[in-house]
Design a protein around this ligand. Sequence first.
Ligand code: NAD
Length: 663
Amino acid sequence: MKICLDKELPPEKEFEQGIRRAPDRGFRLNRKQTETALKNALRYVAPRHHKTLIPEFLNELKTRGRIYGYRFRPEGRIKAKPINEYRGNCIQAKAIQVMIDNNLDFDVALYPYELVTYGETGRVCQNWMQYCLIKKYLEAMTCDQTLVMQSGHPLGLFRSSPDNPRVIITNGLMVGLYDNPDDWEIAAQMGVSSYGQMTAGGWMYIGPQGIVHGTYNTLLNAGRKMCGVNDDKDLSGLLFVSSGLGGMSGAQPKAAKIAGAVSITAEVDFSRIETRHSQGWIDMVSDDLETIASMAEQAIKTGSNTSIAYHGNIVDLLQFINDKNIKVDLLSDQTSCHVAHDGGYCPAGISFEERTRLLAEDRETFKKLVDKSLARHFNLIRQITAKGTYFFDYGNAFLKAVFDAGVTEVAKNGKDAKDGFIFPSYFEDIMGPIFDYGYGPFRWVCLSGKPEDLDRTDMAAMSCINPERRPEDRDNYEWIKNAKANRLVVGSQARILYQDASGRVAIALKFNDMVRKGEVSAPIMLGRDHHDPGGTDSPFRETANIYDGSNVCADMATHCFAGNAARGMTMVALHNGGGTGIGKAINGGFGLVLDGSEQVDNIIKSSMLWDVMGGVARRNWARNKNAMQVAAEYNINNDNTDQITIPYEADDAEIKKAVDDLF
Ligand code: NAD
């Protein structure tokens, strides 16, 4: 083997104080599995070091529930550096290193030492041996090779060609019979499966800004639809209450602020409050409920968009709100309920520290407390919504977790989750119809690392948007116009901007031209969140507004991934799990390096279009109105090259009559 880890064992490492650490995931392997897990981790290291590493790896497994190989982590802080500071034989491989390092930045990642970027468990890869080997492969890679990544493991470099992907990634894919959290957990502890979630394992995370825009859109449209806010007004005077100030959830106060609302966000972990406070995304903090209430009252009275953090449990906050009849306009939750029993949800009645202890020492008790708390949480939401508050599930599998906790009345049909829940997910009511048009969280990273390049791309993107076309275009135009002033950058010089297919293609071509002409000082990485019209199949989130029965199918996301690979995206990813948990979603994403070449122009014209229109075509086939409209327009505009199959619609009354006769 020419490409392998360094011959000498790196020294054991100190952990920097104040950097958040992942909780112990609880050691659950039997004797045989433990032996295999050790052998699996040692596969990366020359045998002469095994004696040293066996007790060390065994200790990590026993005390943390995973082998992370901490000593292999490079010394100091990992950060996205400017692309020209990376080693490599092709631009694409250097660009990918920028993206990986950004996902592990102390300022960006949730648990950087455990390679977790966000969402409690969403990771770049499984361990530091993999990280080192991935880097070595990327440094050696030429434009005629593709790196194959299987659940964090770099399988090897294989010959391909310049118009093929440089990296193909899969994470957490399980054979159907074993596609459940328990079997997956064993595979993860044995070191053969990884939870990539979405852009964590797809290496396209751009910090919390990625979700700020989506949350802003969701809140704005929830206010318009449910609270009578006019299309051209913001949410001034409205109160939004939610929980979670973590990786993604931390976007909530900032998004509410940009949308003009007052917000209260409950968070049990004080370190996360501190992070958002230091960024200026939280204005005021208290652990006293009376103080919180008077801060909110004052902000509403003065029409200011104050963001308030409650240091405490969301259940206690909701109990107080209910008891005192405080008027809440919009209510949600963004605790990590997709892994509620793995530490994602802190039960009411215990401290955050006690939660961490129980998670490691007594998972049975922890699970019981979580389920009890979820049931109480749900009951409070019922009481508060009965007074006129609009509650929406914000894609964290909260309602599913309530159902799994034994509360069957949360299900619409009272027996299973197949017909959805009594409260809509934000996707059914708010974002689904917007996705049906093809709008989604398109993004880019200026690989020079220079803020002035980001400014130039912001201006260029703005020039591609016609704010008069649809209300969504106006919102997106406003977003990009104010993006710099809203100081959204954390980590790499990146921008999120919701766009549809034609908008994304236009902006991508413009950016590639700017790279070609030297109007920006380095190539640009384009991509998107996996949470996109075509990227994700998940009946509890992205495909919750698909009603033709195919919401349980994962064909769309698989085709999106395959089509992107075939058309030459620089990196493509396909994952199990996403934001709703193992077995509940299949999702994929891509990254495309704009190097200014004509070849990339061609990839943009075929691949970027396919990436979105594959999703619109499927949503159209599910008879979703906005998607049918876009598909019909697409057929006219692309008459010579493409065609989408449009559904014929049946007469509801005739169908009902025929079926009535049958039953
Ligand atoms: P995270 O784990 O980083 O943050 C969740 C936070 O909730 C943590 O800081 C935790 O301390 C806090 N918390 C847990 N229980 C609590 C309780 N009872 N009261 C108060 N605080 C509590 O995860 P994240 O990246 O912020 O993601 C959160 C959830 O949102 C995940 O399930 C994720 O899949 C989902 N998500 C949804 C979208 C979307 O587009 N709708 C996008 C991203 C993430």
